[in-house]
Design a binder for this molecule. Structure first.
Ligand code: AMP
Ligand code: ZN
Length: 474
């Protein structure tokens, strides 16, 4: 793991770079940070594991934005293509399989699930990327890239299929620490393709079989692109020949990102991605959450079980750093819900607190910046919030100003309840009035009795110079 984390004070955002195997400071090469993220394959709803991975570029963008650096984020939508090499090599893809199962056209499937994806990211407070290029709109870019790879001696054609020649790219395997010798043993459970020169060569373009519904003309005949070439083509088209950060889930390190490097650098002749950053998996019942393992939940599944605020899941994610696995449970989600409710209630209660006499939050702000920049140490920030809330010598106005500021990074909508009308339970308003009358006539025992009665209804009263301030406690 190198010297990861040895340094703890960074003046800018530092992230764990998969290629460097260390935490390194991210210095954008231009005025803005440029970032590409492998987006969803839109043949099904995104599950909450996918959402956890899409939280990573959101947090990176927010961390830079918090410190005044703009971000150009691009995220593709895989709307043609497959998910695994196994399926691809057999000429199948998940879009088409889903179309067959749901009896709809692949375009209808893609449009339907893309729409839900955008709803989910909005509910999860993920900032919109600058654009969401679709694979289906970039076929010509992919063909151009493949032509370039053939010209530069990195790819070869056999019978309408085009393969990447891994032996032409000496650093193949560096990102994932795979050597070609190991890969030769057969890293996939598929029959060897006799057209390949090397077992680890991968398809860039595949000839369309007679049953293939979607196919495109190309210099090699009708066919369709490989999955890996999509991301090379779209990142180069939208961010140019070099960009700062590329994110995705850890399962994409090999072969997807290894192949992307070979393609993009093979075509340009120079380094394209400056930093690779990967998000760890969300587990359920101890195993990676996935559609195929049938241990997945999406936003609608959570709603059906009464967990109607997706931001509680966002807080649950923030309680673990992006590069550690964690196991999803409904108990943990309920715990995050209670915490978030409490924080929002406090922010609401404090938001009309008188302005602080002095800005006392500086020491906390410093610790917040340090944690955010130290590889997005969100668990430390969550603990810091609890500490701020519990600090007796900090004015409520200071507390609320810290929390609201930090929420620009956390995205938890902490001020959601501020300024909202309180919906008091039936009878509470009358009890509050009676209690005011008792206080006015200095009947303290009656006033205390009414306070207890209110408390049983779930209403706490704080007596402030401007009158009683009710708060709902459950
Ligand atoms: P997909 O839509 O299947 O292409 O996946 C979208 C993203 O979700 C990819 O970056 C995957 O690496 C990531 N991903 C898939 N399963 C999980 C999981 N259980 N936890 C976290 N991320 C995941
Ligand atoms: Zn990708």
């Amino acid at each position: 793991m190198g010297a990861a984390g040895a340094r703890s004070i960074w003046s800018m955002v530092a992230l764990y770079d998969t290629a460097a195997r260390d935490v390194v400071e991210i210095k954008p090469s231009g005025d803005t940070l440029t970032m590409y993220t492998c987006g969803p394959t839109v043949y099904r709803y995104a599950h909450i594991g996918n959402l956890r991975t899409f939280l990573l570029p959101d947090l990176i963008a927010r961390a830079f934005d918090y410190q005044g650096t703009g971000v150009r984020a691009i995220q593709n939508i895989t709307d043609v293509g497959h998910m695994t090499d196994e399926l691809f090599d057999r000429g199948e893809d998940r879009m088409l399989l889903a179309a067959g199962i749901e009896n709809r056209s692949p375009e209808e499937i893609a449009a339907y699930y893309t729409d839900f994806y955008f709803r989910d990211i909005e509910a999860f407070n993920l900032r919109r990327a600058e654009s969401y290029p679709r694979a289906s709109d970039h076929i010509s870019h992919m063909i151009e890239l493949i032509v370039r790879l053939i010209e530069r001696g990195h790819a070869y054609e056999v019978g309408g299929n085009v393969y990447y020649d891994v032996t032409s790219f000496p650093s193949y395997g560096n990102l994932s620490r795979n050597s070609l010798e190991e890969l030769q043993q057969g890293h996939r459970n598929v029959e060897a393709d006799p057209n390949k020169r090397h077992h680890a060569d991968f398809l860039l373009w595949k000839a369309a079989g007679p049953k293939r519904v979607i196919h495109f003309p190309s210099p090699w005949g009708d066919g369709y692109p490989g999955w890996h070439i999509e991301c090379s083509a779209m990142s180069l088209a939208h961010l140019g020949d070099e960009f700062d950060v590329h994110t995705g889930g850890v399962d994409l390190i090999f072969p997807h990102h290894e192949d992307e490097i070979a393609q993009s650098e093979g075509a340009t002749g120079s380094r394209v991605v400056r930093h690779w950053v990967h998000s760890q998996h969300l587990l359920a019942e101890g195993r990676k959450m996935s559609k195929s393992a049938e241990n997945f939940f999406d936003v609608r599944d959570l709603e059906k079980r009464g967990h109607t605020d997706p931001l509680a899941f966002r807080l649950l994610c923030l309680q673990t750093r992006y590069r550690a696995q964690f196991n999803f449970t409904f108990d943990a989600l309920s715990g995050a819900e209670r915490t978030l409710d409490r924080w929002r209630r406090l922010v609401a209660d404090w938001s009309d607190a008188p302005a602080p006499s002095r800005a006392a939050g500086g020491r906390f702000e410093e610790r917040f910046l340090r944690a955010m920049n130290a590889d997005l140490d969100t668990p430390t920030i969550v603990a810091l919030i609890a500490e701020v809330i519990g600090t007796a010598d900090l004015d409520p106005a200071d507390k609320v100003s810290l929390l609201q500021g930090w929420d620009r990074f956390l995205g938890l909508d902490l001020a959601r309840d501020a300024g909202k009308e309180l919906h008091l339970p039936g009878g509470a308003s009358e009890l509050i009035e009676q209690r005011e009358r008792a206080r006015a006539s200095k009947d303290w025992s009656e006033s205390d009795r009414l306070r207890t009665e209110l408390s049983e209804l779930g209403v706490e009263i704080e007596d402030t110079p401007s009158g009683p301030k009710p708060r709902i406690t459950r």
